[in-house]
Design a protein around this ligand. Structure first.
Ligand code: HEM
Length: 403
């Protein structure tokens, strides 16, 4: 007997515990927080974060979960990343122009109108709208149902892959991870093949110089789609949960949302406060490519650092009353200077490629949600899940009614 067996922890539970640990450490005085989580140095000050984000060659993406689907702009560095990025970024730059807000609002309105007024019904409508907007960025208007059907399976695989990449990998593990990732990519490719316009777009993007194989572009396109939709719907789910916690805040938001001439200051502050408190990407991991110093730490090549957006967004040196939720937070008031510790989309060269689209989506969807529905949330903090994005789990205590 060597003692009791270690409890079997599923991939999902393991990842949730990482996020939980990041939240728990923000409740400790800074001097008492452990420097590392597992083998990763935790970074949560805005100065160190800026250094990491401004120097992506030195703090590079490592073999992370999404790499298993194939090379994509999410996991590549240097020239390989630069060759992939413009293929999708041109479409995002066009779709992120302010004039697109009207189309984005119309898509959310069309999906929310027939939605069943309960939490799963609203979540499904939001996911459909986000998917339609992703495709619209590429001038595509496919039937999104077959794509949506793959999301649950994709989420599970991503969660398993994250788990595996945390455990450390030998050569064998890499093969196991790649094998695990094959099925969702095949289903996605089949869904694209059924919709010729989508297939033609992926083929065209692959053909841009330098030409890459169509299946490599397929992996990049799928990762773009999944990352964009998961983060946007997770953010909106947190907003629904937060609205359901205060009838007073909800009424004030509703009054603003129904006044088209208003500047929407509370809506914007509430949106950003939700992104601050519940960042859909709670952390990112970077690998150091050369010996360097970060703050008071000497780092060696191949060291891993974990940039905690949870920590950054609750840094007592950067925020007043950082642990509390304030719908009308002073740091987000109109005219307040941008806070360098607010980085839900990161910053620097590897900033979120869909940031402008996402911001418009959140603004448009929040207005429609609060003007069309009433939300109630249970008093207890919601359970959450984290695979690619961090999202609350709705329960029967989350109630929705149409107004
Ligand atoms: C609220 C919604 C969103 C949030 C909070 C968010 C956040 C992020 C974050 C934190 C990253 C950096 C990940 C890392 O470096 O490890 C990222 C990357 C990215 N996001 Fe988003 N995202 C959102 C929505 C979207 C949407 C709607 C799209 C596309 C339509 C999109 C496309 C991308 C792309 C392409 C990258 C990779 C950028 C690169 O390295 O080239 N995101 N996002």
């Amino acid at each position: 007997m060597t003692g009791p067996a270690a409890p079997v922890v599923s991939a999902g539970e393991f990842l949730n515990s990482v996020v939980q640990a990041l939240y728990a450490r923000t409740r400790l005085p800074q001097g008492q927080r452990p420097e590392r989580l597992g083998r990763l140095l935790v970074v949560e000050s805005s100065r160190d974060a800026a250094r990491i984000l401004d120097e992506p060659e030195l703090f590079a993406k490592n073999f992370a979960l999404v790499a298993a689907f194939g090379p994509s702009r999410f996991n590549q560095n240097g020239a390989a990343w630069a060759a992939l990025r413009p293929r999708t970024q041109r479409a995002y730059a066009r779709a992120g122009r302010p004039v697109m807000l009207t189309e984005i609002s119309a898509i959310y309105a069309a999906e929310l109108a027939p939605a069943t007024p309960d939490a799963p019904g609203i979540e499904a409508a939001l996911a459909r709208a986000a998917l339609r907007i992703f495709f619209a960025a590429f001038d595509l208007r496919p039937d999104v149902t077959p794509f949506l059907a793959h999301f649950a399976a994709l989420r599970q695989v991503v969660s398993d892959l994250q788990h595996m990449s945390w455990q450390g990998m030998g050569a064998l593990d890499v093969d196991a991870i790649r094998a695990r990732a094959t099925a969702p990519l095949q289903s996605f490719t089949a869904a694209c093949a059924d919709q010729p316009a989508v297939m033609a777009t992926v083929t065209r993007l692959a053909g841009l110089r330098p030409v890459i194989p169509v299946d490599a572009m397929m992996a990049d396109f799928m990762t773009n789609m999944f990352a964009g939709i998961e983060t946007t719907t997770a953010s909106l789910a947190w907003m629904i949960d937060a609205m359901g916690r205060s009838a007073k805040v909800q009424d004030a938001l509703r009054a603003e949302a129904r006044d088209p001439s208003g500047e929407g200051a509370l809506l914007q502050s509430f949106r950003d406060e939700c992104l601050r408190m519940f960042s859909p990407i709670p952390f990112v991991v970077r690998e150091v490519t050369a010996d360097t110093r970060l703050g008071r730490h000497d780092l060696a090549r191949r060291d891993l650092v974990l940039l905690s957006l949870v920590g950054l967004h609750r840094d007592p040196d950067s925020w007043t009353d950082p642990l509390a939720f304030h719908a009308a937070r002073a740091e987000f008031a109109p005219g307040a200077p941008p806070n360098p510790a607010f980085r839900p989309f990161l910053s620097g060269p590897r900033v979120c490629g869909g940031r402008r689209i996402a911001e418009m989506e959140l603004t448009a969807a929040l207005r429609l949600l609060v003007s069309g529905f009433r939300f109630e949330s249970p008093a207890a903090d919601p359970a959450f899940s984290y695979a690619l994005a961090f999202r609350p789990r709705f329960t029967s205590g989350h109630r929705v009614s149409r107004l």
